[in-house]
Ligand binder design. Structure first.
Ligand code: PMP
Length: 397
């Protein structure tokens, strides 16, 4: 068993873990990488000349190379380690904002963004009197590309959209989004938090300028994430945080900054978690990203078909080719009540607005119940969810 925690019993039931969009469980290989780091390697990187510091630095930098290859970045200078997607987006919004966003400028986001791809841009805009423009989406959960094209003008400075929606499961047409933005000389940031664990990602093929993701949603420990940025753009941005490691020379009069990617990695990073991220990438690649994507696509077909026959179920997000998550409501029942009853049967789902309140407003609902998949999700897990829903539906009338 690669995932020991999946053996957990909940109220006398075998745990059925369907909250993978919030965080995935960790395979033994990742847990071992983490404990082995603290057992044998723990040391602060980059600044040490001693044996452990040298080894830890080599391993840390080797993971940077692994990430570069995993998302097909052009070189390792473009891979910045952060604490997660949220920090990655804040880094870009703050530094890009400081450098390029001025009064009356505009940032385009989509109506289906996670709060962490809305609020950092709002913060950047509020400081200078700029504003957000929003790409609307259809009832199925598909972005309106016609309207998108009309949102550009000479004040547009950035487009920020997610690759996969954490609430609707929609896979957005990133190449097309990028092509249109670039035709207006506007860069594009992609929030890849819900994509990287579910499909092969090639940032050069997508053509995006920034791509952000979290380790903990891709089998790695919490506390580590990645900000990919095109070298040419990263070179134009000021540092995010000041501190150790991001400098070349410091005097009280003036500081010069380190080269990429270190310019953006102030302070001691979460070294053990980065090594855990390396083990997680190894784990996914040993299965094959195409294989994972295929398995999850079959699960999605099976689940959508099966759950459709649950009385009074209403799906929120039915875009063709959707990935990873199924959001739904049962009759007029509050999502929280559904989630609580499922929990009593050992089924872990998430309920609420999933940090996407504008999506809830769009549908006029308080929240949804969300079941979300990982590579270890089985058809039996879907059956368990289905049977549980049939059992609780009459209780909610
Ligand atoms: N964007 C999306 C699409 C997400 O699903 C999440 C996590 N729910 C985030 C951003 C934020 O990720 P984190 O909390 O790991 O920074």
């Amino acid at each position: 068993m690669d995932f020991p925690i999946l053996d957990t019993q909940v109220y006398g039931h075998q745990l059925v873990y369907l909250d993978n969009a919030a965080t995935t469980q960790k395979p033994q290989q990742v847990i071992d990488a983490l404990s082995s780091y603290y057992l044998t390697l723990n040391s602060n990187i980059h600044r040490g000349t001693h044996h452990l510091a040298t080894l830890a630095t080599e391993r840390y930098e080797a993971v940077r190379q692994q990430v570069q290859q995993f998302i097909h970045a052009a070189n390792t200078k473009e891979i910045v380690f952060t604490r997660g997607t949220t920090e990655s987006i804040n880094l870009v919004a703050a530094t890009f904002g400081r450098q390029f966003i001025r009064k009356d400028d505009e940032v385009i986001v989509s109506g289906m963004e996670h709060h962490s791809n809305i609020v950092p841009w709002q913060l950047a805009c509020e400081q200078v009197g700029a504003r957000l423009r929003v790409i609307p989406f259809s009832d199925e959960g598909v972005l309106d590309m016609e309207v998108y094209q009309t949102l550009f003008n000479s004040h547009t400075r950035m487009v920020a959209v997610n690759h996969v929606s954490n609430t609707l499961g929609t896979v957005n047409p990133i190449q097309e989004i990028v092509r249109i933005a670039h035709s207006h000389q506007v860069p594009v940031l992609i929030d890849g938090a819900q994509a990287v664990a579910h499909m092969p990602v090639d940032v050069q093929e997508l053509g995006c300028d920034f791509y952000c993701f979290s380790g903990h949603k891709m089998y790695a420990p919490m506390g580590v994430g990645v900000m990919y940025g095109r070298e040419e753009l990263l070179n134009q941005l000021p540092p995010y945080q000041g501190g150790g490691e991001m400098i070349k020379d410091v005097t009280f009069e003036k500081t010069t900054y380190n080269e990429l990617p270190y310019k953006f990695e102030a302070g001691t990073p979460s070294v053990g978690d980065v090594l855990g991220l390396g083990a997680a990438i190894d784990y996914m690649q040993s299965q094959g990203m195409e294989v994972i994507a295929h398995h999850e696509a079959q699960l999605m077909d099976y689940a959508m078909q099966k759950l459709s026959s649950v009385p009074n179920i209403r799906f929120i997000g039915t875009a063709p080719g959707k990935v990873g998550v199924i959001s739904f409501l049962l009759g007029n029942a509050h999502p929280y009540d559904v989630g609580t009853l499922l929990d009593k049967l050992g089924i872990a789902v998430r309920t609420g607005h999933h940090c996407t309140q504008p999506i809830m407003d769009r549908y006029g609902i308080p929240g949804t119940v969300r079941a979300s998949f990982a590579s270890y999700t089985t058809f039996a897990d879907i059956d368990a969810l289905y049977n549980a829903l049939l059992r609780i539906a009459p209780m909610l009338d």
